[in-house]
Design a protein around this ligand. Structure first.
Ligand SMILES: *Cc1c(COP(=O)(O)O)cnc(C)c1O
Length: 393
């Protein structure tokens, strides 16, 4: 069994490129050139140099002593929260801006929900002196004021989107519309392993540096280069894809994906796509998504804006359908509690997205001395207001 993308851009039944005709030439060009360009030695050198000197890689693989003692396993945290801009997202935006440059594109567009991908994109555009337009739902512009301010400081233009529910999926639609109107000079930096082929594979490859480093780090720390369990939260699924990438076809490794159950799977207010989703097409790719009987996309909900997406990337839809990965959904309340637990037990304040993953410790029993690696996808600074209001701090 091979869980990676095939030549046609599919992961099993999922993936592909379902796009308007106006985008054919852009997507075709990307499809033809992304592997060739990213395998060139000058690309690799520039990418790796920036990951090292600008992003701060390799990120540590930290042995969490107190958690390990309490849960009777060897628990490690991959510290993506220590990346520049506070999360894993910049691994992808660095890769894509270098690719855009080589494709001769001098204008970048992006969509953003919570603003994390918008900030990571605005950051690399400043770094590379490139025009940057970020589409963001009007509701999110109001909810995520600090990230809007960051993007503006970084020189990006933030365009509020007033259509639909004024959130992430509407911002994505607007970014696609912009690309259709500006196909020549513009590259669209998608922020997760979603969208038409080759985006899911391209983003997974840029994020795969996470598991590439873990292999080396575990070899040093444990004398073997693989863990027993890998655990990550899944919004679109890019941090998870990076964590799983080099272990997808290694059946010694158990893979766990954590989605947001919001106020409960059956409450109508959740983002538990694997539990509730059906096959459909969203943003150019065939995948699992939350929809009504007649195929209208259901509005997702999670207290963490980064998990608040009605679909999952096609790689994850396939991991779910083939049962290669175990999917668990965690409600707001447990995630918030784990935001506090991790802070108090390890001195690490996680993003609320990340905190969802740790709540698995209350559900799963591991064998004594199992090696468990959590992806610590981001830091909690951006969520301070939510923590303050929730816990009356
Ligand atoms: C954006 C984000 C996520 C969710 O996105 P994925 O593509 O699923 O990784 C998770 N954690 C943090 C900290 C984020 O910023």
């Amino acid at each position: 069994m091979n869980y990676n993308v095939d030549k046609k851009g599919y992961y099993g039944d999922f993936g592909g490129a379902f796009i308007p005709e106006m985008l054919y030439s852009n997507i075709d060009k990307l499809k033809e050139s992304y592997l060739k360009i990213t395998n060139e030695s000058d690309f690799k050198k520039e990418f790796n140099d920036l990951l090292k000197s600008y992003v701060g890689r390799p990120t540590p693989l930290y042995f969490a002593k107190r958690l390990s003692r309490k849960y009777n396993a060897k628990i490690y945290l991959k510290r993506e929260d220590l990346c520049h801009t506070g999360a894993h997202k910049i691994n992808n935006t660095i890769g894509q801006i270098l690719l855009a440059k080589r494709l001769g594109k001098n204008r970048i567009i992006a969509e953003t929900g919570a603003g994390q991908h918008g900030v990571a994109t605005a950051t690399v555009c400043a770094l590379m002196d490139t025009e940057c337009v970020v589409y963001m739902g009007e509701l999110d512009v109001k909810r995520q004021a600090p990230n809007v301010a960051r993007m503006k400081m970084l020189g990006a233009e933030v365009r509020p989107v007033v259509s639909g529910s004024k959130t992430l999926k509407d911002a994505t639609n607007e970014a696609i519309r912009d690309w259709i109107n500006n196909p020549i000079n513009t590259h669209y930096i998608i922020g997760s392993v979603v969208g038409p082929h080759p985006y899911p594979d391209m983003v997974a490859r840029f994020q795969s540096v996470i598991s590439e480093e873990i292999k080396i780090q575990l070899q040093e720390l444990e004398g073997r280069d693989y863990p027993d369990h890998l655990i990550a939260c899944v919004g679109g699924g890019s941090n998870a894809a990076g964590l799983y990438y080099h272990y997808l076809d290694d059946d010694r490794v158990n893979i766990i994906a954590v989605e947001a159950a919001g106020k409960g799977i059956d409450s109508g207010k959740s983002a538990a796509t694997s539990a509730l989703g059906k096959e459909g097409i969203i943003h150019g790719s065939k995948t699992l998504l939350m929809q009504t009987e007649d195929g209208q996309i259901t509005e997702p909900y999670s207290i963490s804006a980064g998990l608040d997406y009605p679909g999952i990337g096609p790689m994850h839809a396939n991991l779910f359908r083939t049962k290669r990965a175990e999917f668990i959904s965690i409600p707001d309340q447990e995630a918030m509690n784990w935001g506090l637990n991790l802070s108090k037990m390890e001195g690490i304040i996680p993003a609320i997205e990340t905190a969802h993953a740790f709540a698995v410790l209350d559900i799963k029993k591991f064998n004594l001395n199992d090696v468990v690696v959590f992806n610590c996808s981001g830091r909690g600074d951006k969520d301070l207001d939510t923590f303050i209001n929730y816990f009356q701090l």
